[in-house]
Write a protein that binds this ligand. Sequence first.
Ligand SMILES: [Zn+2]
Length: 432
Amino acid sequence: MHTVDLRIDAAWIVPVEPAGTLTGHALIVDGGRIAALLPAGDADRQFAARETKRLASHVLIPGLVNAHTHAAMTLMRGIADDLPLKPWLEEHVWPVERRFASPEFVYDGTLLACAEMLRGGITACNDMYFYPDASARAYEEAGMRALVGAPILDFPTPYAADADAYITRGLAARDAWKHVPTLTFALAPHAPYTVGDATFARIVMFARQLDLPIETHVAETRAEVAGTGESSLARLDRLGVTGPSFIAIHAVHVDEVDRSLLARHGCHVVHCPASNMKLASGIAPVTALVEAGVNVALGTDGAASNNRLDILSEMRLAALLAKVATGNAIALPAPAVLAMATLNGARALGLDAVTGSLAPGKDADAVAIDLSAAATQPVFDPVSHLVNAVDRSFVSDVWVRGAHVVADGEVATIDTTALLARARAWQRRLKT
Ligand SMILES: [Zn+2]
């Protein structure tokens, strides 16, 4: 009999890998890691748990992964809607950022995003924003896992004067936080239209030397790819950016040549259906990407464009959009969508050895979703419900590395009252 920290019994457990739904099983957690996933009777015989959580009407799944966001932009949620990408960025978002983006803004905005994401079952995210040092502090305090993307642009902002300064500040943030096991770092050139060839070349050099992923928005709008003669992805490939640690965000306008290039190099794509729909960017060819062998994850993008950081709703949108786009109701079935929101996200972030599925040896990042309400009865298939019936308010409990960060619907790691007061104060300042 082994004494362990925690035992979670759930009506259904969906480990994601291997595929399928388990009933009458228990997840055993010790030292922040998954020690076993086994039938409850075997757990009775083998383990004595210091704490037991019984979830009689819940489905337990791996923590959801938000593979693309700009977390601090939660403070700009709803500040400008119903606009195309270019005027939305140039006339609304960038002027506000020039005036207000600061370590305090980023810390408060990121913590607000953490409160929203954790409450919605998201245990890991991939962030891209100014002052990554401040966002790292928020993630550590919130107890949330993050790949922190150091932003790089070829034009000056209050954060950095030129590309070299962006890179230097990003690497300094990585050095300051690399001791925290839940934080990893990436180089995040904003987009092909804001970063030139010379800067991409420097980014590739640092990424290869320091073994860092590279992520960038790519082929988000038709305008980005029109009239250049060379697709954005072909250009990035020519510059050496592509590879198994390259994360292509959006990839809406990618033709067959681009798709096979992404597959050949083992690149990852982050599909952001709500953001693409709201900015009228188009429909990413997700089914064709998956068929080509590309790993496709799900992201929310920032709350200024989405306007919610909610992977459960992105799952539903991804499933519906794939069916509409292909005219095929079989496209992206529920298990494939759940994998996109968990294990594929972990792969994209380079974190699949530690999270993304409920497998012994991985960290205990898990989410319990209550299926007892009228809106989720009866339950023939809990995985179908995750995509088609539930929303994030059904999330009851969340664990990150075995820590109980959301308990009975309350975020345990953040002083929400104080945080919401600061968010209201930012709203007053941003309106002036
Ligand atoms: Zn984005």
